[in-house]
Ligand binder design. Structure first.
Ligand code: GLC
Length: 437
């Protein structure tokens, strides 16, 4: 049942209240208890939500994020604007002060997250009534966003093939997705019993909905390696057991490149560097990562050369959103999504195929529905003309939030489910605002 006008208005009011309560001085925390700092791609989605009713905050959000940008262009996944003991691993674990490239203040983590600010700026521009204002803001931000993309293409694309690698599962934004299982299995992290007591997430959320301690040990083992390398990309590329070309992150990069190209035209700027990167990236996605049998894109483990064929919906949704597949490839992908993910008894869109062994409907990125992934799917489907399917995605997202609240993620099983993780989760609220607008 579609929501009534009154229900929509009430939902909008509640969504704004979530963002209000998560707003700090100049930026928004993803969730007050679980994530008390500023996160990279969260801020992009959050700024889009604000842009519908408070452009000042939308701009501050993005400007604050770029205060954490490194000299080499790296845009870190967390910016620690304040001190807070409720999160692990905090700045004392990352120790980014060992590299002169990281800012002293604010302190930051030492890895990236999906580069979405480019396309967020363009979507804000498209939807805005004050286009001149947004264009001026885009002009201000343009060099910084470009520097981030340049960092990715120069330091994270070893073979100059247009596909950047991630060196940590946290960089993908999808921390414990089964995509990383075989890669992490190669890491023999020591049995560190203190990890369980260091973790702060388990004080907020039930263990069964979060990554395991062993997984956390591996995550920290990688951070340790980055520190030993003093955050030098060359050293990391030579010694890191986790070097993966991820189709989801590369797709969001492609979509952001395209957005910067479109904005450059409006701003009268040269975009030839971006065009070159983008053509190479799209070609490489379709020649190297496309899986013609599964109708999906595979991740590639650069340390072994092996494809990772685990089926997750983001590996199909990212490319659709970025218009990477041709019309015929897109039809195959959508058929696959319909058959394997959009099944009776499930809300759209589970992140892992329900019939797969790895599917865990309440464990973080191993099955639950996430509103940002649904938002990407909605726009991806519409670009190829799948309007009815797209409407189902939007309806399911609104129903889940209406029923359970502004959670971080949702059990995809109808009837059995609920909302999990953080409760007043910022990007859920921000993207609902965008939908309702
Ligand atoms: C989790 C998510 C990541 C998000 C962060 C803050 O680590 O996996 O995508 O950015 O929380 O919300």
């Amino acid at each position: 049942m579609p929501l009534t006008t009154t229900q929509r208005q009430e939902m909008l009011r509640q969504a704004k209240a979530v963002l209000d309560s998560n707003w700090r001085e100049g930026y928004t925390v993803p969730g007050a208890a679980l994530y008390p700092f500023q996160w990279n791609w969260d801020s992009g989605f959050i700024a889009l939500g604000y842009s519908h009713y408070d452009l000042g905050r939308a701009k501050q959000e993005i400007r604050s994020l770029f205060k954490g940008q490194w000299q080499n262009g790296l845009l870190p996944h967390i910016v620690f604007h304040v001190e807070n003991d409720n999160y692990f691993p905090g700045p004392e674990i990352w120790q980014t002060e060992i590299t002169p490239r990281a800012p002293r203040k604010p302190r930051t983590s030492g890895i990236i997250q999906p580069p979405i600010i480019g396309f967020i700026l363009e979507v804000m521009y498209q939807k805005s009534a004050v286009k001149r204002d947004i264009l001026a803001f885009a002009e201000e931000l343009f060099p910084q966003v470009l520097r981030f993309h340049r960092y990715l293409y120069t330091c994270r694309d070893i073979h100059r093939e247009g596909l950047v690698y991630i060196q940590h599962n946290w960089e993908s934004g999808m921390d414990n997705s089964p995509t990383w299982d075989t890669v992490l299995a190669k890491i023999d992290a020591e049995d560190d019993r203190s990890i369980a007591s260091s973790r702060r997430d388990l004080q907020q959320v039930d263990r069964s909905q979060r990554p395991s301690d062993v997984e956390y040990q591996k995550y920290l083992h990688l951070v340790d390696l980055f520190m030993q390398c003093k955050y030098e990309d060359k050293c990391i590329a030579e010694s890191c057991p986790f070097l993966v070309q991820d189709p989801f992150l590369n797709s969001l990069l492609i979509r952001s490149n395209q957005a910067l190209i479109n904005l450059a035209i409006l701003l009268g700027q040269n975009a030839s560097e971006l065009k070159d990167w983008n053509e190479t990236s799209i070609r490489a996605m379709n020649t190297k990562l496309w899986n013609a049998r599964n109708h999906s894109y595979d991740a590639l483990d650069l340390t072994t050369g092996e494809r990772i064929t685990t089926s997750t919906s983001p590996a199909m949704i990212g490319p659709l959103f970025a218009r990477v597949p041709s019309e015929s490839q897109a039809h195959l992908i959508v058929e696959r999504l319909r058959g394997s993910f959009a099944r009776d008894g499930f809300y759209l869109c589970p992140t892992v195929m329900p019939e797969q062994n790895e599917f865990e409907p309440q464990r973080y990125w191993r099955g639950p529905v996430w509103i940002n992934i649904n938002w990407l799917l909605f726009h991806g489907l519409r670009q190829y003309g799948f309007e009815r399917f797209a409407k189902r995605v939007a309806d399911d997202s609104l129903v889940l939030v209406q029923k359970y609240g502004f959670h971080e993620y949702f059990d995809p099983r109808k009837g059995a489910g609920g909302g999990y993780g953080a409760s007043g989760f910022s990007w859920t609220a921000a993207l609902i605002i965008d939908w309702l607008a």
